[in-house]
Design a protein around this ligand. Sequence first.
Ligand code: ZN
Length: 251
Amino acid sequence: MIREDCLNTFFKISNSPNWSCPSCNKGIIKLKKEDLKLFETRESYFSRIEFLDALYPTRYRFSSFLTCSDKECQDTVIVTGNAEHDIDDVNTETGVQIWELYIFPQYFNPSLEIIKVESNYPEKIQSLLKSTFELFWIDLSSCANKIRTTLEVLLDQQKIKKITIKNRKKTKLTLDARISLFGNSRNQQVSDILKAIKWIGNEGSHSSNIDRKSVLMGFKLLEYCLDEIFPARKKEILRVAKQINKHKKYK
Ligand SMILES: [Zn+2]
């Protein structure tokens, strides 16, 4: 999981985060003031004229290209969003106001990875994860809701049934019931964690007030479950160990 402080929904341009490059996962991409293209919004322009107030915050839309610091990668990420030039602080001795440009990113292409997307995850899961990463910046409720959808697809992929027969009628199983079935037949510990993610997803479906911290916890729990269900590293390590033991050396 990438550092949470890099995922703040807004920041000062003087304190721009070191985002991890989504293409190589080695290099850093960073938003710099000199690379920003700022366009003042119509509303901001007319408000400033109307109030004739030099202290009125100026609101912008922005775009920028971010280039990966890794020499072999150097891939480009496009970022767009909103920005606001506002008073940050006042010097208590001189009374001089200190202004700052606040950045509110809303869209990255390609999207920043919030958790690692391993190549051995099923394609549908990989694609859903990328959608959740995009939504994280625009709409946290929709993001949490999409995490919930990822659970449904994960259970489909694990061949957990969707329908049961009740009173001779076909009845759709709830997500909770499907997770319990997964627990009974596969892994009870992972099932408990999937249920916790489900609650976070439900909050996104029923409330528009879900906070960033809850969504990030949802991602953290999901990353653990995916690693348990699709243990690429574990398999690879066991395969290598078996090979070394067979040949009594690494080759
Ligand atoms: Zn890169």
